[in-house]
Design a binder for this molecule. Structure first.
Ligand code: SAH
Length: 237
């Protein structure tokens, strides 16, 4: 895979991003990309990482699709990346062989909570954004390739679950498709690397399982990201 610029990693939560930055040798508080947007950017060794930053009014990380799209747009304009990687934690699916701490690379990326049953808008709402071909890289790394499905809720309504089943989603998150949407607009290669914190079709309440496993999954994510960056650099030579 040939890259026409540096990799840009886009992340939502500081707890997920801190171990990844540490593993990639990125230090300090980062810097602002755009005045007024809370996004922050770090760099080391020609790799960039941005987070959506903190929402000052609610004092939490700016998770979800809106901040992800704004951050991705500003960061692409700022660093002209060769590939954008939406990285973070996700819900996995026992029925499709998922387990806590599993890394998943996207080969498809859709929205599961945008339902517009009008001619043309149905497909538009689903998204199905272009995803970089990572078959060989996934094989080398031993990561499963599959559909990453995005929505703006941590829970899943039954109609969302039907959508996710229809595309055999391996990962449910709250940002990837928004990042993919911007990448399609700006003609930038896109992928997503997600690590499972909770099992959507398991018995435990998602928020409990998410909090129990966030630290563990973020550590696994930092290792998976380090390995992915290495493979991307290798295949770019
Ligand atoms: N209470 C948490 C909220 C985290 S929301 C807190 O503020 O600490 C979950 C984040 O992790 C999102 O950024 C999302 O992309 C990802 N995620 C992990 N598991 C998920 C799931 N089951 N469904 C949707 N997103 C999930």
């Amino acid at each position: 895979m040939h890259l026409n610029g540096p990799p840009l990693i886009v992340m939502a939560m500081e707890a997920e991003a801190a171990p990844v930055r540490s593993r990639l040798g990125m230090e300090g508080p980062g810097s602002e990309i755009v005045n007024g947007l809370s996004s922050r950017i770090w760099t080391n060794d020609n790799i960039y990482l941005v987070t959506n930053g903190n929402n000052q009014r609610f004092e939490v990380d700016s998770i979800g699709t809106l901040p992800a799209a704004f951050t991705t747009f500003s960061a692409i304009k700022a660093v002209q990346p060769g590939i954008v990687i939406s990285a973070g934690t996700c819900g996995g699916f026992i029925q499709r062989g998922g387990f806590i701490g599993e890394p998943i690379l996207a080969n498809r990326c859709v929205f599961h909570d945008r339902r517009i049953p009008l001619a043309g808008f149905d497909a538009y709402s689903f998204g199905d954004f272009p995803v970089a071909k990572m078959d060989l890289i996934a094989q080398n790394l031993g990561f499963r390739l599959g559909t990453v499905s995005t929505g703006d809720a941590l829970d899943a309504q039954s109609c969302d679950l039907e959508r996710m089943d229809s595309v055999e989603a391996l990962a449910k998150d709250m940002e990837a498709a928004a990042v993919g949407w911007v990448c399609e607009k700006l003609d930038t290669p896109f992928t997503a690397l997600k690590v499972t914190t909770d099992l959507v079709d398991g018995d435990k309440p998602t928020e409990t399982e998410f909090e129990e496993n966030l630290q563990y999954a973020s550590e696994r994510l930092s290792e998976a990201m380090f390995a992915l960056i290495h493979e991307l650099k290798k295949s770019n030579n």
